[in-house]
Write a protein that binds this ligand. Structure first.
Ligand code: DQA
Length: 144
């Protein structure tokens, strides 16, 4: 099985970006933890990060070719992007939404997600583990 891991804007800055909120791990370290888990689960991952909404949408559309699921941290686009939600709906590939921080315990503008209603589920607040739990959940969902 192939899964696409999508990271939205500013997640390329992880490690240096507001470490009190997002932790001190880099995106490369999170991706490498996911790679390790994928070896255990025996699935293939591809990774993509972009600060641009259109590039994330292009990646979602391209995933329709060969991808069984999408693990996505849409970052700030979670709260604003109808276009990313529409792209996920259009391709119809199961997706799990993840966040490092607990978006529900932060500013009110972060409490709503445009993606969550069309995702299988949302995992937030566990730092890197949100991604690892998300991949396990997505894998089990697709497998079953
Ligand atoms: C985030 C939460 C978002 O509200 C924020 O805009 C991000 C990161 C998270 O992983 O906690 O950039 O998605």
């Amino acid at each position: 099985m192939n899964f696409l891991v999508l990271h939205g804007p500013n997640l390329n800055l992880l490690g240096k970006r507001e470490p009190a909120i997002y932790g001190s791990e880099t995106l490369a370290e999170i991706n490498s933890a996911l790679e390790k888990l994928s070896a255990e689960l025996e699935c293939e991952l591809s990774f993509f990060q972009s600060n641009a909404e259109g590039e994330l949408i292009n990646a979602i559309q391209a995933a329709a070719q060969n991808c069984h699921g999408i693990l996505i941290n849409p970052a700030a686009y979670t709260h604003t992007s109808i276009a990313i939600r529409d792209a996920l709906s259009a391709v119809g590939i199961p997706c799990v939404e993840v966040h490092l921080s607990n978006i529900h315990s932060r500013e009110t503008f972060r409490h709503s997600s445009l993606v969550a209603p069309i995702a299988i589920g949302q995992i937030c607040g566990f730092g890197r583990d949100s991604y690892l739990l998300g991949l396990r959940a997505l894998f089990n969902y697709v497998k079953n």
